[in-house]
Design a protein around this ligand. Structure first.
Ligand SMILES: NC(=O)c1ccc[n+]([C@@H]2O[C@H](COP(=O)([O-])OP(=O)(O)OC[C@H]3O[C@@H](n4cnc5c(N)ncnc54)[C@H](OP(=O)(O)O)[C@@H]3O)[C@@H](O)[C@H]2O)c1
Length: 245
């Protein structure tokens, strides 16, 4: 298979790159850090790297354009950032825009030039969303909004591409140990090791499930929380959060 993985320089993306590195696969790895990508290129098989800042949507479009002739079979759109969970103040517009560009709009920028080829040949597109898209904490409004937008995009794209034999897999993981979660200063419920998290992601991709949400127990708790009356929900949530001051 010809496989594109964005955000392949660390965490989930790097682990997926290691797993998909096989004689029969050709990998195209995208991230900002050339150094980390080049180290992967040296240690893995059949790797090409693109050092790109996906927050720049022209650059992101260039990724799709450059790879449109590569007959991609599997496109894993994994790159993402979080602003942390440390403040209840709304983030500055610049940070919000940057996050939205990386977590959401860059996916469209990469995919749009690939649409024609995908419709001709079929293929599989994978989004790495988050359980945070199901319930928005006051400390993660930007992150959760970007991932919920991604869910909506994935749903529409799945319907749009189904007649062409293109599968769309949307994955909503809970907390997984990576550099992204290392900076969280609170106890993360149901935190999983990178290996366990990527085992589940890889199996979801292989099976071609539409939407994979895990861990299930955390999902049920979040779902129940979201159904509570606002007054009770606000009391429960706000007493566990850092104050604005
Ligand atoms: N870890 C979790 O608990 C968890 C849970 C749910 C969902 N997710 C999602 O899983 C995905 C991967 O996260 P992770 O936990 O593996 O985090 P991570 O270790 O911080 O990896 C994030 C990846 O995204 C790349 N990236 C960030 N900004 C970029 C930019 N502007 N341009 C290009 N690449 C960029 C990073 O590479 P460079 O820094 O080199 O650019 C890195 O390779 C994200 O979408 C995240 O939202 C994670």
């Amino acid at each position: 298979m010809n496989i594109l993985i964005t955000g392949a320089s660390s965490g989930i993306g790097e682990e997926l790159a290691k797993r998909y590195s096989k004689d029969e696969n050709r990998l195209f790895l995208v991230a900002r850090s050339c150094e980390k990508l080049n180290a992967l290129k040296k240690s893995l098989k059949n790797v090409e790297t693109l050092c790109i800042d996906l927050s720049n949507l022209e650059e992101a479009t260039r990724v799709g354009e450059e790879l449109s002739s590569k007959n991609l079979d599997l496109i894993i759109l994994n790159a993402g950032v979080s602003l942390g969970h440390n403040s209840q103040e709304l983030p500055p517009l610049e940070d919000f825009t940057n996050l939205f560009n990386i977590n959401f709009l860059s996916n469209h920028a990469v995919l749009q030039p690939l649409e024609k080829g995908l419709k001709e040949r079929g293929g599989k597109i994978v989004f790495i969303s988050s359980l945070a898209s199901i319930f928005t904490m006051p400390t993660s409004i930007a992150y959760s909004s970007s991932k919920r937008a991604l869910n909506s995009y994935a749903d529409g794209l799945r319907l749009s591409l189904k007649p062409y034999g293109v599968e769309v897999v949307n994955i909503l993981p809970g907390f997984i140990e990576t550099p992204l979660t290392d900076k969280n200063r609170f106890k993360m419920p149901f935190l999983m090791s990178l290996k366990e998290g990527v085992d589940r992601i890889e199996s979801g991709i292989d099976k071609g499930v539409h939407t994979l949400i895990f861990p299930k127990r955390f999902y049920i708790i979040i779902k129940l929380l979201s159904l509570l009356p606002l007054k009770l929900k606000s009391r429960l949530i706000n007493r566990r959060l850092p104050s604005n001051g």
